[in-house]
Design a protein around this ligand. Structure first.
Ligand code: CTP
Length: 398
């Protein structure tokens, strides 16, 4: 997928630097070329020789070892790549980026570049959560810098939490999504997925059986065609796909807010099984059983219809809005009416009667309804349905 692409890989000084050597190997195996740049502190963790051997290319370390400056100055070095990747992106490197510093080769390259930049942060959990670092993270996002990770987990320093660098396979997927050529490159597609959880009290909630598998497969298939995908997901059992920007939410109201915040988009696919109702007065403490008293009664309010809200936007509506219809009876008739009622362009209808085994299962049989009529696809894996749908979306966006 990365054939003919060159990545300038800036390796920061963190314990995760060893994973960046594996990243070099993965990029090259995928057809890409890597020019490594090591910061001074990165050299404490990995040697320029190992980075150079794996990259099969010269490694740059100091601003003034650019006698190379004559043949390849820092401006040229920063611009000749298709993508600049910073992995591990330490708190210090990100602070320099956010502040526009240029006092070593890595920060100078990052300030001089006009190429897209992807950062893979890596640091101690307290450092990650520190307001100063969070300020830098949001400033970098505002500057259009993309981010993969950090992951949550055990850290080399013995603590637990967010801060661990994303795995090399996840960084590779993010790189592919950013620069591989595909019919959807340069397009932004929004995908909702999974169930929503509507709290009754702090320990109980209303939910449904959606596993999120179909939404995952659609997000992956869109990213594989080169789209930038914002994946807004309720608490699904399936782990979110690689190479997409994941926005986790719990409730329908949160999902709507996240969808609005992710706009504008060229297309939006609403695969989430959003709970139709929420509990009006969710209790702030756990509801207790009182001896002899009747079970509590729940009062419900209707949730906002996210698909209809976006499909009927007067300004900023995505060019293509795709909804799903989960039906158990008169599937095509109900789904056709749903398309008109919600105002979306296509409805992907599926029969979720328990005997089909579709909800929570591996396969799907869908009918795509657009303004010209209904097109039924044979029952197949959710991945195949997703690939076909992604190709249809690419064709529609042109
Ligand atoms: N949907 C949504 N917000 C909601 C409810 C549904 O965005 N509050 C979206 C779903 O993601 C899906 C489509 O609307 O793309 C249809 O969902 P479905 O559950 O089939 O339809 P409902 O509108 O809930 O209608 P009903 O339950 O009466 O069939």
């Amino acid at each position: 997928m990365l054939q003919g692409k060159r990545i300038l890989l800036i390796i920061g000084g963190g314990i995760a630097a060893y994973k960046s050597l594996e990243l070099i190997r993965l990029i090259r195996r995928d057809g890409g070329a890597v020019t490594p740049v090591l910061t001074k502190s990165a050299e404490q963790f990995v040697t320029p020789l190992s980075a150079s051997a794996l990259a099969g290319d010269k490694v740059f370390t100091h601003l003034f070892d650019l006698t190379d400056e004559a043949e390849m100055g820092h401006i040229e070095l920063s611009r000749s790549a298709d993508l600049v990747v910073v992995a591990p992106a330490t708190a210090d490197l990100m602070a320099k980026m956010a502040g526009g510093h240029a006092n070593d080769l890595a920060s100078t390259l990052l300030l001089a570049t006009d190429t897209p930049v992807l950062v893979a942060p890596s640091m101690n959990v307290r450092m990650w959560l520190h307001p100063a670092n969070q300020r830098n993270v949001s400033m970098l996002a505002q500057d259009g810098i993309r981010r993969v990770g950090p992951d949550e987990g055990d850290m080399a320093c013995g603590e637990f939490g967010p801060g661990r660098m994303a795995e090399p396979t996840a960084i590779l997927a993010a790189i592919q999504a950013m620069i591989s050529d595909g019919p959807l490159s340069g397009r932004h597609v929004l995908v909702t997925s999974g169930p929503t959880h509507e709290p009754i009290d702090p320990v109980r909630y209303l939910a449904n059986r959606s596993s999120g598998q179909q939404g995952n497969a659609i997000a992956s298939a869109l990213a594989a065609l080169g789209a930038r995908v914002t994946f807004i997901t309720g608490p699904a059992s399936a782990a979110a796909p690689l190479g997409v920007d994941v926005v986790p939410v719990q409730t329908a109201v949160e999902m709507l807010e996240a969808v609005k915040a992710a706009m504008p988009a060229d297309a939006a696919v609403f695969a989430a099984a959003v709970a139709d109702w929420r509990v009006t007065d969710a209790a702030s403490g756990k509801i207790k059983k009182a001896a002899g008293s009747p079970p509590p009664s729940l009062s419900l309010a209707e949730n906002p219809d996210i698909l209809a809200t976006v499909a009927q936007m007067e300004t900023g509506r995505p060019r293509l809005v795709v909804g799903f219809a989960a039906e158990t009876d008169d599937v095509i008739e109900n789904a056709t009416q749903k398309r008109t009622r919600k105002g979306c362009d296509w409805i992907v209808a599926n029969d979720v009667s328990p005997e089909t085994g579709i909800m929570g299962g591996q396969e799907n049989a869908v009918t795509v309804i657009d303004e010209t009529g209904a097109e039924s696809w044979p029952r197949t894996s959710k991945e195949d349905v997703a690939r076909k749908l992604a190709e249809r979306i690419a064709a529609a966006l042109g």
